[in-house]
Design a protein around this ligand. Structure first.
Ligand code: GLN
Length: 231
């Protein structure tokens, strides 16, 4: 145990529906991020109280010190680095586009002219979609969570969704009614975040715990549990 965090309770914000990183199974919050933060807490001797707030809401809660940290498949970016401190990276990711399974019209960005797409408010998917919307002539709608975004595409309100590829792939593998149609865009890795200059002992404990979970094989076991399960 790490004496600086021993006995402390930290409030951690997360996304709502971002399988396999955080989602509910039989009512319980589960997923890679949830196992990681709980196992790191156990390893380092602190306690976590997890709040399933939604991605943008979790980042805002962190900025206003309503939570001590965020673990939410959150990409480490330079822009966010101005207001948050990030842990060591723990998972490589990036953005991809998906459409409804039965959509035969949209097979690339060039087919998006005049169409609506959807992405998550405050996410890298939204930033990426906005960065190419003028070039390809489409509009971007922002919604708060991945499940609602996918429903929006299946209902035909948006023709495509931009989301992180491990999350899209997991859902598609579970037959969620979508298919991916573009290559993965180069993206940033996920990190655990604290407010800039706040809770440095929590950040240090996360990094130490993560390194220990990697050495012990527990980190790989967590990934295997969620990424290798059959559809
Ligand atoms: N990785 C993306 C980002 O940080 C999306 C995270 C999420 O939707 N939970 O913006």
């Amino acid at each position: 145990p790490n004496t600086e965090v021993t006995g402390e309770t930290y409030v951690i914000g997360t996304d709502t529906t971002f399988a396999p990183f955080e989602y509910r199974k039989d009512g319980e919050l589960t997923g890679i991020d949830m196992d990681l933060i709980r196992d790191i807490a156990k390893n380092q001797g602190f306690t976590v109280e997890i709040k399933s707030l939604g991605f943008d809401a979790a980042l805002q809660a962190l900025q206003s010190n309503q939570v001590d940290g965020v673990i939410a498949g959150m990409s480490i970016t330079d822009e966010r680095g101005l207001i948050f401190d990030f842990s060591d990276p723990y998972f490589d990711s990036g953005v991809q586009m998906a459409v409804a399974e039965d959509n035969t019209k949209i097979s690339g960005y060039a087919d998006l002219a005049g169409e609506n797409v959807v992405a998550k408010r405050g996410s890298e998917g939204e930033t990426f979609a906005n960065s190419i919307k003028d070039e390809y002539g489409f509009t971007v709608k922002a919604l708060a969570d991945s499940a609602t975004m996918y429903d929006d595409v299946k209902a035909g309100n948006s023709v495509a969704v931009f989301d992180d590829y491990p999350v899209l792939a997991y859902g598609i593998n579970q037959n969620n009614g979508l298919k991916s149609v573009t290559e993965k865009e180069q993206g940033s890795s996920y990190g655990f975040a604290v407010n800039k200059g706040q809770n440095p002992e929590l950040l240090a404990a996360f990094n130490t715990g993560l390194a220990e979970l990697k050495t012990s094989g527990e980190y790989q076991d967590i990934l295997d549990t969620y990424l290798e399960q059959p559809a």
